[in-house]
Design a protein around this ligand. Structure first.
Ligand code: UTP
Length: 327
């Protein structure tokens, strides 16, 4: 069966600046692969046969990446000229909301779930997960196993079940109608046309939605969550390179062409192709392709491709019982 996935990747990614000045968020590297690469691997394994991208900011880079990574995939793309919100992004792909089912997956969210079970659900299905503070997410209210309300970033959340960014929409024609209504009536929440609000319009018009609990959900929206995702993925995507003169503390991934010398690497470090690390101590970091580190002690760091970070050794002359702290 042909299965279509719509992936909106038109956002500007302000929370990930300065990295997103150069690279669109979906192509930022985590555990040695772009975020979108991890998402595509999951979708292709699940049986997705057609991908519709909603591109905007640096969209050419994203299209080029997918064409190179998966040349046989049926790939289409539409442009969102202005990032007016996720609802608006999906509206830009309305030509593909033609009545046949479609999976919508955000371009900055990696999930691990039983796709076949998700596809078997009889109604429209949205991925949800319990979170401690749901106020910065779309939130759902449940009754008798069905969704009784969708609210975007509520001040007073009706539950702690957040939308994770995976939507299996059976009634795509109804979604198209709801998005058209959203735009015609100018219904914005926090200045943006929200997909959550369109789902609420659908629900009020009688469309049924079921929640699907997603256990593993990695957000990549900010540097801290990108690093957290890197840590999780390295547990599955690590290697054990022989690096003479180095200490490696797993899990790490060090690309074969990276040159690492006289350093302590790990835990939770991903070093991409052609990067160079010398006389350094690095933990909890993403070092992109071609970057160079020399004489640095780093943690919780993201180093862009071909960037150079060069430290120095300190010289001290300290008497007994003295105390020096570089904090
Ligand atoms: P976010 O809400 O995280 O927005 O989008 P963003 O622009 O990517 O990041 P910040 O908030 O500025 O840091 C979630 C997903 O929806 C897409 C994004 O590309 C991302 O994949 N999106 C969002 C669009 O395609 N268009 C929009 O107008 C908004």
């Amino acid at each position: 069966m042909a299965l279509r996935a719509i992936i909106p990747v038109a956002g500007v990614g302000t929370r990930l600046r300065p990295h997103t000045h150069i690279v669109p968020k979906a192509l930022l590297t985590v555990a040695d692969q772009p975020i979108l690469g991890h998402i595509l691997d999951g979708l292709l394994a699940a049986g997705v046969t057609e991908v519709v991208l909603v591109v905007g900011y640096r969209g050419e880079q994203i299209v080029e990446y997918i064409r190179t990574k998966s040349p046989n995939l049926s790939l289409r793309w539409v442009r969102q000229e202005e990032p007016l919100g996720l609802g608006h992004a999906i509206w830009c792909a309305r030509h593909y909301l033609d009545g046949s089912p479609a999976l919508i997956v955000l371009g900055d969210t990696i999930v691990e779930l039983n796709w076949q079970e998700l596809f078997r659900q009889p109604d429209n299905v949205v991925g949800v997960k319990e979170v401690e503070d749901p106020r910065r997410f779309g939130v759902v209210l449940l009754r008798d196993g069905m969704i009784e309300g969708f609210v975007e970033k509520p001040e007073e959340p009706p539950s702690n079940l957040a939308l994770v960014g995976v939507y299996m929409i059976a009634d795509t024609a109804a979604l198209r109608t709801a998005l058209e209504e959203l735009l015609q009536r100018g219904l914005r929440t926090r200045g943006e046309y929200q997909l959550t609000d369109a789902l609420e319009l659908m629900r009020r018009s009688g469309v049924r939605f079921r929640p699907f609990v997603v256990q593993t959900w990695y957000d990549c929206g900010k540097v801290e969550t990108l690093l957290e995702t890197n840590r999780h993925l390295l547990h599955r995507r690590s290697n054990h390179p022989e690096l003479p003169g180095c200490a490696v503390i797993p899990p790490v991934y060090i690309a074969p062409s990276a040159q690492v010398e006289h350093s302590v690497i790990g835990p939770y470090v991903a070093i991409s192709e052609g990067a160079r690390v010398r006389f350094s101590i690095v933990r909890d970091a993403i070092i992109n392709a071609g970057a160079s580190l020399e004489a640095v002690v780093l943690e919780q760091s993201v180093i862009g491709a071909n960037a150079l970070v060069c430290g120095r050794f300190q010289r001290v002359n300290v008497a007994d019982d003295s105390e020096i702290r570089w904090e």
